[in-house]
Ligand binder design. Structure first.
Ligand SMILES: [Zn+2]
Length: 308
């Protein structure tokens, strides 16, 4: 008997792969590993970039993405070191970033995510992508993890994109890893899914206060700087301003997303394709009020976050 569900699932998987490839081809980084600083590497595969850190006590991995991505990254790590994989840490909950955990579990790593990401992963299992429930969760706004001589700082900035979004910083080397919140030289992703626009802007301003010289981004990278963070924040502000300017002119809200133009960003990837979608999302956030909202997130919005 034909298993319709199987075809639907297979079709969906193919579609998602197409979307992912399409989304990232414009600013595609070559597959493989780039050394960013001593012991710090960016690993890219099919439009997604992870980070791994080799300390004298073992290896710390951020962002498994998929089973295939994780297997390739592990191979790449093994060409550089035979030290044990100590930790694999998730940036946030979304399936397109959080698959492949089983590869790291099999390699002996402790899998960690922020408690908000862990709660979501538990509620939304997906064995097809090798999603595993993390062994440990962390809570609050800051945590440090060391692999011998390398210390990695974990930051949680409250509501922004997805759940439990963690930004990573290596204080000595002045390197950060940022998933999804910033994709340099590219418009915001399609309909800006699961982003609270206002809180993301607040988060970007807070990230800019951190002390770092180099940034590894999950997309459109792999390596950039603080200027890339500021540029995305500025783009969002400019888009908001352009939308309000159309309102002032008397343009119908329904016509605004196809009317706004931001020629300053015409050379950014996906400018023609995604500008109306970006505009719809930013318009709706201003119209309906910021969403999505996590009522329990207020306790995480702390006034001072030590960056030293
Ligand atoms: Zn995401």
């Amino acid at each position: 008997m034909v298993n319709i569900k199987h075809y639907v699932v297979a079709g969906l998987a193919a579609l998602l792969l197409q979307i992912s490839t399409f989304a990232h081809q414009a600013v595609a980084q070559a597959n493989g590993t780039v050394k960013v600083a001593d012991g710090i590497h960016a690993f890219s595969f099919n439009g997604y970039t992870s980070m791994f850190v080799i300390g004298d006590d073992g290896v710390f991995v951020v962002e498994p993405v998929t089973t295939a991505h994780s297997k390739e990254m592990l191979k790449s790590i093994r060409t550089l070191t035979d030290k044990p994989i100590r930790y694999m840490v998730h940036s946030h909950n979304h399936w397109d970033h959080s698959g492949g955990g089983q590869v790291w579990k099999d390699a002996g790593a402790t899998i960690i995510a922020h408690e908000k990401a862990v709660a979501w992963i538990k509620a939304n299992p997906n064995p097809r992508i090798g999603l595993v429930v993390p062994d440990e969760s962390w809570s609050g706004t800051r945590k440090d993890i060391s692999v011998g001589n390398k210390t990695i700082e974990l930051y949680y900035f409250g509501t922004n994109h997805g759940l439990g979004m963690t930004v990573f910083r290596l204080p000595k080397e002045k390197v950060v890893y940022i998933a999804d919140l910033v994709s340099p030289n590219r418009l915001l992703f399609t309909i800006v899914p699961d982003f609270n626009i206002r809180e993301t802007q607040r988060t970007l301003a807070e990230i800019e206060k951190l002390d770092f010289d180099k940034a590894i981004f999950s997309h459109s990278g792999p390596v950039g700087t603080k200027a890339d963070v500021a540029a995305i924040r500025q783009y969002t502000d400019d888009l908001k301003a352009a939308i309000f300017a159309e309102f002032k002119k008397g343009t119908s809200p329904f016509a605004v997303p196809n009317t706004v133009k931001l020629p300053k960003y015409k050379d950014w990837a996906m400018y023609d394709q995604w500008l109306p979608m970006n505009a719809w999302r930013v318009l709706l956030d201003g119209w309906m009020g910021p969403f999505p909202w996590d009522p329990n997130a207020e306790s995480y919005v702390v006034p001072a976050r030590a960056a030293k």
